[in-house]
Design a protein around this ligand. Structure first.
Ligand code: GDP
Length: 534
């Protein structure tokens, strides 16, 4: 198969939802129907209690689980589909944002009883910023849920883009009769239970209206009416508009009952985009230039969007998850980390199948490969076969909580520094070194991040630390148009300046007013709530 064809048959998407909406269940059914797994229950078992407690064991388990099942590849209708899971716990939302930079589309799962929930809303914001096309799946139609028109209305409002229904539910809860496929003009009849395969469901053409009315009665008539309203109120399906994140196709179903799922899998093949071009920068004649890298370009290039320390604390090896952006990866290839210009010497290179990791034979744009290394790779790194380019766009968010690190045994200072540097590179936490000296600061978006770091410093680096509260409540990364302006600002706030793990300058604040006042005083300084790896 030609390079272009290999690229074109790939689909890389993230599945996003609020906890309990049915993401794990749907993931499992997608794997099942593509033949990637034989029996249901295996993804579920590994999920354990994903959004459980702050118990250490749970966190450790979670880390193991997320290594095992965060990337899954399947083949369906001759397409290679890469599914990226997003962490369920809100305290790890930073990871989720970064995962979203590695995909070309997103599948949003909504609980039909609850509509768009808080965590989904935050994820939507990120997708919107990046114009990521979104496919919507409204789950749990076998329950007593909200009116589908109501749900569409809410999705439209939250997404800020019109919905185009692709299937439409007939009844719900105990009277859930099935879904009408608006393209094929046929109704698929619902049956509860998780043994059925997609082809086992009965379908009845809409032309047999009398039969449908006789069988489903008022539920069918009501569905006809609401479907007409929904179709009347939504634009016609426009594939280009979907790709530009200007409309979302909506599917209804019940994941746990295998129902309405194959329609989603087909949509991933038929509608979701193949790998898209990515923006990078390159230094040419000492000038930074923007470049667009096409997936078919022959240069191998990829970006590290996630770094995960291995479970084996003795080895200190880590897996760098790389989203291939262009070219073809083959084993033995010589690769370079752009930031350091050093050769990447992985101990193994793996691909992520649904239940196991395997050595990679070849990988193309859209694929995710894992490089196991002993270091030298950090989040946001660009890896190429020699080409001079650096991808942009991997976000770091300004932390909203801060803690001061106090080392219990001062003789372990070196280990602490090493540990914090590595955990910072992994993106587990943000580490700030105050310019004025003193203890290191940890910045997080979620409380659990602190607990993970404290625990890992002890188990992996033998550093006992105490975390103490501090006055800071926020940070902004600082840039200025001239070095002079920057100096003046630094001189005005010497005790507020710090450098993060990537050596970027930040201003620490104690209230939102701080930023406003500083901004008023220094109108030419730029305060960034988000830092992009560059
Ligand atoms: P996640 O937290 O989003 O991954 O959600 P899960 O897939 O673990 O599902 C949460 C709960 O909802 C589980 O108890 C599932 O069995 C249940 N569930 C998932 N899909 C459906 C569905 O279509 N109908 C009903 N009634 N329950 C469902």
């Amino acid at each position: 198969m030609s390079h272009a064809l290999e690229t074109r048959r790939r689909r890389t998407f993230a599945i996003i939802s609020h906890p309990d909406a049915g993401k794990t269940t749907l993931t499992e059914k997608l794997l099942l129907f593509s033949g990637a797994i034989q029996i249901a229950g295996s993804v579920k078992a590994r999920k354990a209690s994903r959004h459980a407690t702050s118990d250490w064991m749970e966190i450790e388990k979670q880390r193991g689980i997320s290594v095992a099942s965060s990337v899954m590849q399947m083949v369906y209708r001759d397409h290679v589909i890469n599914l990226l899971d997003t962490p369920g716990h809100k305290d790890f939302s930073e990871d989720t944002y970064r995962v979203l930079t590695a995909v070309d589309s997103a599948l949003m799962v909504i609980d039909a009883a609850n509509g768009v929930e808080t965590q989904t809303r935050r994820l939507i914001e990120v997708c919107r910023q990046r114009d990521t096309p979104i496919i919507t799946f409204v789950n749990k139609m076998d329950r007593e849920v909200r009116d589908p028109l109501d749900i569409l209305d809410e999705v439209e409002r939250e997404l800020g883009m019109p919905c185009v229904p692709m299937t439409w539910p007939v009844g719900q809860g105990k009277r859930f009769g099935g879904i009408i496929n608006l393209r094929t003009k046929a109704m698929t009849v619902f049956h509860a239970g998780s043994e059925k395969r997609p082809e086992d469901f009965e379908t009845i053409s809409l032309s047999e209206r009398d039969k449908l009315i006789a069988r489903f009665g008022d539920a069918f008539l009501a569905a006809e009416e609401s479907m007409e309203l929904a179709v009347g109120a939504s634009p016609t399906w426009d594939h280009e508009a979907f790709l530009a994140a200007k409309q979302t196709p909506v599917f209804f179903g019940s994941g746990v009952n295998n129902f309405g799922v194959i329609e989603v899998l087909d949509a991933l093949v038929d509608m979701a985009p193949s790998p898209r071009p990515r923006t990078s920068t390159a230094v040419v004649n000492r000038q930074v230039q923007e470049q667009t890298i096409q997936p078919e370009d022959s240069t191998f290039a990829g970006v590290v969007f996630k770094v995960q320390a291995n479970m084996d604390a003795n080895h200190r090896d880590r897996i760098a998850f790389v989203r291939v952006a262009s070219g073809k990866y083959v084993p033995g290839m010589k690769l370079k980390v752009q930031r350091t210009a050093k050769e990447l010497r992985p101990t193994s290179v793996v691909t992520f199948l649904s239940q196991r990791r395997e050595a990679v034979d070849e990988a193309y744009a859209g694929d995710i490969i894992g490089f196991t290394t002993h270091g030298g790779v950090q989040l946001g790194d660009t890896i190429t076969d020699g080409a001079n380019l650096q991808f942009t766009g991997l976000p770091f968010f300004a932390p909203e909580m801060f803690m001061t690190v106090v080392l219990k045994n001062p003789l372990r200072t070196k280990q602490l520094q090493q540990g914090l540097a590595q955990l910072g590179e992994e993106g587990a936490i943000q580490v700030f070194k105050p310019d004025a000296g003193g203890n290191m600061l940890l910045g997080a978006v979620g409380q659990l991040q602190f607990e993970v770091v404290q625990h890992r410093l002890k188990t992996e680096y033998d550093c006992d630390i105490r975390l103490e509260g501090c006055q800071y409540t926020g940070a902004r990364w600082i840039t200025a148009d001239t070095p002079q302006q920057l100096r003046e600002f630094e001189n005005a706030y010497p005790l507020r300046m710090a450098h993060d793990a990537a050596d970027a300058l930040a201003y620490l604040c104690t209230s939102p007013y701080d930023v406003r006042l500083a901004q008023e005083r220094f109108p030419k300084i730029h305060f960034h709530p988000l830092r992009e790896h560059a």
